[in-house]
Structures are given as C-alpha cells and as structure tokens.
Design a protein around this ligand. Sequence first.
Ligand code: WT7
Length: 696
Amino acid sequence: EKYGVNINGTDICELRAIDYADENGHYNVVEYLLQNGIMDNLKEDSKFLTSKFPEVKLFSKSINSYEDLYNFSIENNEEFWRTLALNRLEWFKEFDKVNNGLDFNDYENYEHKWFINGKINVSVNCVDRHYKKNPNKTAVIWDKDEPGTEQYVTYSELYKLMNKFSNMIRHFNVKKGDSVIIYLPTSLYAIAAMLACARIGAVHSVVFGGFSSESLASRIQNCQAKIVITSNQGVRGGRFIEFKQTVDTAIETCPFVEHVLVYKRTDNPFQVNKDKDIIIDDIIDTFPDECEPEIMDSNDPLFILFTSGSTGKPKGLVHSNAGYLLQASLTQQLVFNYDCEKDVFGCLADIGWITGHSYVVYGTLCNGGTTVLFESTPTYPDPSRYWQTVERLKINQLYLAPTAIRLLIKHGDEWLKKHDKSSLKCLGSVGEPINVEAWNWFYEKVGEKRCKIADTWWQTETGAHCITPLPCGSNDILKPGMAMRPFFGIQLALMDQNGNESDTKHIEGMLCIKKPWPSMAMTVFGDDQRFKETYLKPYRGYFFTGDGAFFDNDGHIKITGRVDDVMNVSGHRIGTAEIENILSEHPDVAESAVVGVPHELTGEAVFAYIVLKETQKSEQEIFKQLKNLVKKKIASHAIPNTILVTPNLPKTRSGKIMRRILRKIASNQIEDLGDLSTISESNVIEEIIQSFRSMS
Ligand code: WT7
C-alpha cells in the first residue's frame, strides 16, 4: 500500500520518502510534513504543496495525522531515515545503505551499523556549514555563573576557536581513534574541546565535574586516554571548584596520560606540573584557525559517555557519528518546534551528561541554532536565576529537570513574577519522571499556560529522544506527567510479567524498544559482551531500557521509573551496587544493601542498610566515615541520605539480597509487604522493620 498526503479531502501526492531536490537543495515530503506540523492539519493550501511536489501519484493511504505519519515512519523505516539523513546532514560521501538490516533477535551477532559507508564529519555539520552561510549568527551564549556576564559567540568565532583547538590537540599527538578525557565545567572551551575531537576523529569522553578523582581515574583508565583536558577551577553558585586538583590526584594512577591541557577559567593560581601540564590560554592563539577535518565513517565512534548500570562499574557507552547526529538534530528541532533561524535554545543541563551532549551541543549546533551554555545553578544568586536568564537572553525553549522545578516550587512563586517570560514558546522536561504538581506549576507559572511541555523520555543509551509528546508546535494533547508517544521511527514494546509483549492497553510493564534506531549506542567501550547482556539478552528480540512504563487506555505512555537496581537522584543515575561496593570497603561494615526511596525534592534518595562487624566506634562516627568514603570514591550526589544499621539482610535461597522488600520498608510501605510468615527470612525482616521504626 502506498501513502499519500491528503488535504481537506483532496489527495495531493504520494508520500514516498524520496530525496526531492528543489533549487534550495534537498527537500522532500517527509521533511515537509515534519516541519509543517501534520498534526495541525496542513495549513498550506493544496496548490502550494502540489507545486512543491509535482510527482502526484495515486495512493491508498493518507497522511492526515500524527498516527499516519508515525505509521509511515515505521512501515517505511529505512526510507524514512534515509531521506532525513540525506536532507539534514552534509556528507563527504553519501551512504550506500541505511542500515545492516539486523534486528535484536540474533542478539549475539547484533552490530549497530547505520548509514553504511557514509563519510561525514560532525564538526563540519555543526559549525562549518553555518559559518559559511551565516558567520555572524550567534552560535553559543555562555551564561557564566555571575549573572550579566554572558558571552555571545558567533559561528565565525566558534569556527576559529574549534580549529585552533583541533590543531592544538593534534600537535600533542592526538590521532583519529584516540580517546580524550574532557573534565571541564560547562564553558565555551568545553564545547570547543568536544568539537575539536570530533573534527580530528578523536573520541571524547566528557566526565561530569561532580565526579571525584577516583571516578575520574577509573574512566581515564577505561579509555586509556593520552590527554586530559581540564580547567584550573570551575565556578558554580559563587564558589570555586578545584578541577585541576582532582585531575592531578586522578592521574597519579594513570601513568600513560601524556598531557593535561589546562584552561584558566579563573585567575587564581594553581599547581603546574612541568612534565605534563600545558596551559591552553598561553598557546591556543599560536595555532592556525583553519584545520582540515578528518573524514569519518558514519559508524566511527564520536564519543564515549559513562553511565551507571545495575551491576559493576559504570560502563562507557559508545555513540556513532552519523546516526547519533541525525536523531539528536531531528529531535532538537521537531520536539521543541525549534526555529533554527532565530530561536534561542535554553537547555540548562551540564555538558557532562547526555542531555548536554545531544541538546546543548550537537543537536542544536547541527541545526545552525543558538544554544545557551548555562554554568550556574537554579538558585544563584537567588531562586530567580532561571527566570532572569530567560528574560536576559530571551530564551525561546527552556529544557530542564524536574528536580530543579521541585526545588524552585519550594522557594515560592514570588521569584517568577518579576521577570518577563514572554519569549518562551516551549518547555521541556528530562531525566526523571515529572510529578503532576511539578508539571502543573511548570505549565501554569513558567509557561503561563501558553507553552506546551515536552516530557522527553530517553537515556544515555538511546542518544536522543525516544518518547515525547510531539511536536511542541502541534495541537497534540498533553497529559500532565506523561511522556505520551514514541517518536517517529521508534517502535516500543511493553513486556508483561511472563516476558511476553503485551498488546493490551491500561497496563504496566517493562519498557523495551523493538527495532534499532539511528542514535542507539553502538556498544559498551571495550566490552561488547556486557552491552549485549545488559540490553539485548533480558528480552530476546528487544532492547531492554531498564524502565517500567504504563500505557493508558489511549495508548499514551507514562514512565514509572527504573525497574532495575539503578537509582535516579536529582536526575543523576547511580547504581546501587556501585555504592554497596564502596560501603563494604569500610573495615567495620560486614554487608550492605542500597535502595532508592522516593524523595520530594530529589525524586529518589539513596537509602543504605548496613550490617556492622563488632566495633568500638559509634554508629555516628561510622556513618560520617561512610559518607565521606562515597563522596571521595564516587561523587557527592551518591552520598546516602539515610543509613540504617540492621542485624542482618534478607536474602533469597541463592543469596540475592531481597531489595524489593528493603525498598518497601525504606519507603515506609510496611503494610504492603503482605504476609511475612511464608517468607523464610521473616524474622530478619521483622528485625529490620523494628530498626526502621526506632530510627524514625
Ligand atoms: C534514565 C536515563 C534522558 C537524558 C538524561 C538522563 C530516566 C529520563 C525521563 C522522563 C521519566 C526519565 C529513566 C531513564 N528518565 N527521562 N522523561 N520521564 N524518567 O539520562 O542518565 O542515561 O538516565 O532517566 O529512568 O532510564 P540517563
């Protein structure tokens, strides 16, 4: 069956995802429909469309709605992505095939390959082409910590800085395929460093500035990075953060690191190690501002980003050049109804997370947009920071995490009132489930009931949005707290308790994705086996997300949260096992079990059960030491909120800790435990309940 476009009852043209070239270059029907909001019912009159697409053909299916276009994108999946990849990206050499046709059934042999044999460079797509067309357009607005000190950077300036940076790291012997660690605050140099790596084909791994030296060291070791790019200090919320010191400690265990490139974010002095340290500020201008881009294959790695899983150490997810860039840019534009010509995109995430990668940097720049780099916090110098920033920079799309919303609700509505938010057109939420109260406040108080909210579900693994109401400019209905629908080209499945795909509505289950999509992570760096076992093995034939979801009667989707042993604290992802491993290192701790419990501000909080050995120390002393240990070994955001000493931990026959029960107790849902008498460990559980009660 063929698809076509039908306007006001008139069949207009067959919808083939052909690459239709008009005088402006590539253009086609799919792109036209996506950009002009099929969901709004096409506003253009039919004559216009026929003149644009003269190949009017007979067809039997019409594209009249979101569903129609979505179905088209699934049934003609290759065609759909082919046409967009050709339209939106600039290629040195176009690809031969959209993908290798593999699905997840034979997962042992799955290989993620998209846009096969295409040759491309991400930095050319993100900078060069816009620099050529529009050199004086603002590419980046760096909103520095101190309000009012923002820096506007044009495409021309970014182009030159990126090229100098590229020549500089090449000079220090970084070659195509080498790993580079970027441990920088959200700053202009961080973007320059990422783009420079992309330009010369180096694989960057940005490490969030909140991670401790030990976390940083394990990431440097995992990638075997020869160079680390950092700054002397960071500045956040009026305070200095010692980036360089953390790097110095980290590389004590990484002798293979040849150079540490240091950018001076502040004028404060810092320790310089003559053997290894290079001060970027002193030399960058000695490098030429033109740099030949490396010709990359579509499936060469663009970056590695570490994230926590339910077991073991954080894993480095590897993302591709072409597939990643395509979906990041497509969603950035469509989901937020982003006007690439004139909108200012305000994604307030740190560049150390995937949100920063896809929506602060790659997606927005690939679209030739203006992106805001936000260095500060929601409450610096006071809780009006976001709103004054919206007013000052005239932000059109504001994209942030529910944790920040909940925090700002607590501070009261007064802070909002003083600021002009009329520039806002669309709002976005990301990183954790958004509760209805936060959603309503965001909608009413921030968006003044004028702006749609895109509650975007995705993950480090998915690279770009996979579930979201779409697009923000459409008449798509919104339901508070619901991520709503799969994005075009994305096929979801909900698995029931028996591990079968469920096709009923009004049902909760495990969220899986059925078919590969372009921006899916290719593998876990250095451990493809782990990639397959984590994501492709749990449900044969599907990609398992680790999240639970609820599909309502209309088939709309609500994400219910992680179903594995991964916690989400303020939108930061942490594995329970990671923390348990650290707690168990303490000489007085015999055993530990960590669970996430609901928390009104941070979404979830870390709750640790510990069993102590015989010791002279007081519990308070041990708690303090444990908290310090977690901070030192992982990061502040992983510190347990509560530590509870219990005589024992409940376990299954095979020795697995019964976390489900521990989670219920820690969340004070003791009545929900049911009849304990049937559980062999019931006395252990009784003891724990008693410890919990005496604590609270
Ligand atoms: C996990 C992924 C998505 C980029 C930032 C976090 C949770 C993400 C939503 C949402 C409910 C969400 C999921 C997911 N999550 N977005 N809109 N509603 N939950 O990326 O660190 O890889 O974490 O964040 O649990 O699995 P990440």
